[in-house]
Design a protein around this ligand. Structure first.
Ligand SMILES: *Cc1c(COP(=O)(O)O)cnc(C)c1O
Length: 485
């Protein structure tokens, strides 16, 4: 019967007891323990709690009424403090689930709101969030097969399928682009030695030089990128004059502007110089799902490692990162024997050795939500979402370009648009952004380009309309007018 062989489940008292305990009676009798999420009764325990969660989410969202809570950090902190009261009260509070979920929803930045467009912070798909609930309930841990039999099999299917998309052979699940970039540098160090030097463009993600620092690698070399992308001639020059070995990090979708480096040219220069190549495609990698945009990632397959992030253009709840590797043999560097998790005799007897698939030990099955999403939407469904947000960014850029109240930085490469009120100076641009944040009216990002500060709209919400974006412009204009009065 079900999940726990040998136990009927029906009416089985907690804890599941096979024989009467001989322990002496405790002085204070144990109260009935709180219900568990898994086990035969788990779904029944969860149902009323889910109803509470859903009601609290709705109430909190309605109380907020916009993309962000109004009032800035002090007001939000006070609301949270008042609602929470004592974090660890002496006596428990059965209303805590409702109270805390409601206050978190009320004080959330809601990426599903059309005017919440600052970061690569996506509104998660409902089906992915629902799948993630099952991951929490089953609670597999991917550090050993005996904690995650089916989850580890699913992870292996998913990582290999996504690796094939990048033209690679295998992949590791990570908590995001940062961990994937760290692993890429670690694999480069193990393949090329501790003197391997990171070479990257000025627009590369900050986690790359940080990983070099973390891993004790030589100081990275940053190549100026006045046009925002890695210039192959400048790269060639650096690879010619700097002592190697080199690890070149290119970017497919820069965080600030969504620009894609010229990947085939970069790959050719790396091959000519014997440099190892990592491509950080945390933002742009999901263009692979789109028939319209996939060609722009040509050259990805030439990299030794590629970073992907499904919690950006993949609409997953955080975390959902991936590192794919061209040569699966590179991963043997992560092999790490520990008797209680992957004893040699267990491995020889056929139990999969999972510990070398991450630097973490206990690890959530983040593959479940991703696998459910890929299968539910299919390539065409995901591709349509990608196409939709790219088209929205094009529409928004046109609106900005046609509007004398604003300057447009450039046509979007993926789904990021940089713009600023015409005639504003940098501090005026920064003020507009903060004014919108603290009034809770809109969430826009900021980025430097061409020596100036710009407002950044990162469009990741496929349900946003062009009218929403026209209204956003009006809102920004008003905030600027209010600020400059
Ligand atoms: C977002 C991003 C990262 C970092 O990813 P996290 O998931 O936030 O750790 C790395 N590189 C690029 C290009 C990114 O856009």
């Amino acid at each position: 019967m079900g999940l726990i062989p040998g136990l009927s489940g029906r009416g089985t008292p907690f804890p599941y007891k096979l024989e009467p305990s001989r322990a002496p009676p405790r002085r204070t009798a144990m109260r009935t323990p709180p219900p568990l999420a898994s086990g035969p009764q788990g779904p029944d325990h969860l149902r009323p709690l889910l109803a509470t969660v859903l009601a609290a989410l709705r109430e909190g969202g309605q109380a907020r009424g916009g993309p962000l809570p109004a009032g800035g950090p002090d007001a939000v902190t006070a609301t949270v403090r008042d609602a929470v009261g004592e974090v660890l009260p002496e006596k428990g509070d059965p209303g805590a689930l409702h109270t805390l979920v409601r206050v978190l929803a009320e004080g959330a930045a809601d990426p599903a709101h059309p005017w919440c467009a600052a970061h690569l912070h996506c509104p998660p798909l409902a089906v992915a969030a629902a799948a993630d609930l099952a991951a929490s309930v089953l609670n597999p841990s991917l550090d050993s097969w005996d904690q995650a039999p089916a989850a580890s099999a699913l992870e292996s299917l998913l990582t290999r399928a996504l690796a094939r998309e990048t033209g690679h052979t295998d992949g590791l699940v990570t908590t995001g682009g940062t961990e994937a970039n760290q692993l890429a540098l670690l694999l480069a160090r193990e393949a090329r030695g501790a003197a391997v030097r990171l070479v990257h463009a000025a627009g590369a993600h900050h986690s790359l030089p940080r990983a070099a620092w973390l891993l004790g690698l030589p100081d990275p070399v940053e190549i100026p990128a006045p046009a925002g992308t890695l210039d192959p001639a400048a790269l060639d020059d650096a690879l010619t004059h700097l002592p190697g070995p080199h690890l070149v990090a290119a970017t497919a979708g820069t965080t600030d502007a969504g620009l894609i480096d010229p990947l085939p040219e970069i790959a050719a220069r790396c091959a000519a110089h014997g440099a190892r190549l990592h491509i950080d495609a945390a933002y742009g990698g999901c263009l692979l799902f789109s028939d319209l945009h996939r060609h722009r990632l040509a050259g990805l397959e030439a990299a030794h490692t590629v970073t992907l992030d499904l919690h950006k253009l993949g609409w997953q709840p955080v975390p959902a990162g991936l590192l794919t590797v061209r040569d699966a043999g590179d991963l043997t560097a992560l092999h790490h024997p520990t008797d209680y998790l992957n004893a040699d005799d267990d491995t020889a007897a056929g139990l999969p050795d999972l510990l070398g698939r991450s630097l973490r030990t206990t690890r959530r099955p983040d593959v479940l939500k991703a696998a459910v999403t890929l299968k539910t939407l299919g390539r065409s469904g995901l591709g349509a979402l990608v196409d939709r947000v790219c088209a929205l960014a094009g529409d928004f850029a046109h609106l900005v370009d046609d509007d004398p109240r604003f300057d447009l930085h450039d046509q979007p490469a993926i789904s990021t648009v940089l713009f600023r009120p015409a005639h504003a100076d940098d501090s005026g641009v920064a003020d507009v952004r903060r004014h919108l944040l603290v009034t809770g009216r809109a969430v826009l990002g900021r980025a430097r380009a061409d020596g100036r500060l710009w407002l950044k709209a990162t469009l990741l919400n496929p349900t946003t309309s062009t009218d929403d974006l026209a209204d956003l412009l009006t809102l920004v204009h008003r905030a600027h007018a209010e600020g400059s009065r």
